[in-house]
Design a protein around this ligand. Sequence first.
Ligand SMILES: [Fe+2]
Length: 385
Amino acid sequence: MKKFICVLTSCLIALFMLPCFAAAAESKDTSILQFDKNGQFEIMIFADIQDDEFVEESTMQLMREFLDKYTPDMVLFLGDNTVSYTKEEHSRAIANIVSPCEERNIPFAFVFGNHDPEREASSEELLSYYAQHGTLTYDADPDLYGCGNCNLPILSSDGKKTAFNLWLFDSGSRHPDTEIGGYDCVRKDQIEWYKKTAARLKEDNGGEPVPSMLFQHIIMPEVYETLYPKLPFTAGKDYTIKGKTYFPVPFFNRHSGIILEPCSPPFVSEGQFDALLEVGDVLAAFHGHDHVNDFRTDCYGIEVINVPTVGCSAYSDAISRGAGFITLNENDPENYTYQTLYHFDMALEEGSLLPSIEGRDSTFYYKLVKFFRQKILDGFHNLFL
Ligand SMILES: [Fe+2]
């Protein structure tokens, strides 16, 4: 009888627990993310590795050396992370790119880029490969457009509340409507989920929006409205964004850093940027996609930052290649810092293995790249500020 009661009790407990397990699919325990006792939290961003399972050794070594020198609290892969053909190859490519984080016990998350799911593996399958390695990214609502849309709260240093929040969006691949063309955009249902989740975070935070940052592969089209000169006529499709045509060379005095290719957002919007302004929680938005762009600009009060590629295999440029590095300040979230960490600087560090891996006997090449970047390009840019 005792045994029967025990089994019955276990069944009842399991029955009551079911809704809890269902709810767990909508959020994930990210309490591993927490400000340290000095009120700091550091995020390293690796964008556009865009390599197959034989990841270029110089890319791997660059990531390792960045992680060892800067020891971030987490890493975020900003999309176009892997581009293999078969599912097995894709799974191996993912295992390779996350291995520097795993070896150092650094938590990591990722967003999808346009290239990630374009071969045999679907986004859901790719997410399952990342999950095998403990990614913090999860599908908050599998019914939403895209995959891996979620938010990652960062706890205060005393662990008592959510002090900061990270939004991760899937910005899609090509727009499925061929009339519209170009890249896909964040859709209405993703935007509604964002508003609803932000409202819940705000409520839990005593009615104050939780300071946040946004990470998605493809830049939002509104960057053209504030960064590029608008033409008095409509011409062609390529630089006609939200129905207005822009000259593809940006205003020099409206950004810092360098823009080596025109930004490539979708041609249309379903209201994502307006929602960010309405909710008012996002301080900065981080994007990859345009591999050689390394800039910061203000877009209607939100800082938009394009992180250059860390990859040495896909198209890139020695003067901009590197990683993004954010330092959050718990007590003054608006005063976060951001810097691009450069490949050439890392290669010039004492003991760096990059020169020998890249077949360079001396560091002269990296010194030349650094000189060109800092003395000529940045100097030229500063003339306009
Ligand atoms: Fe991309």
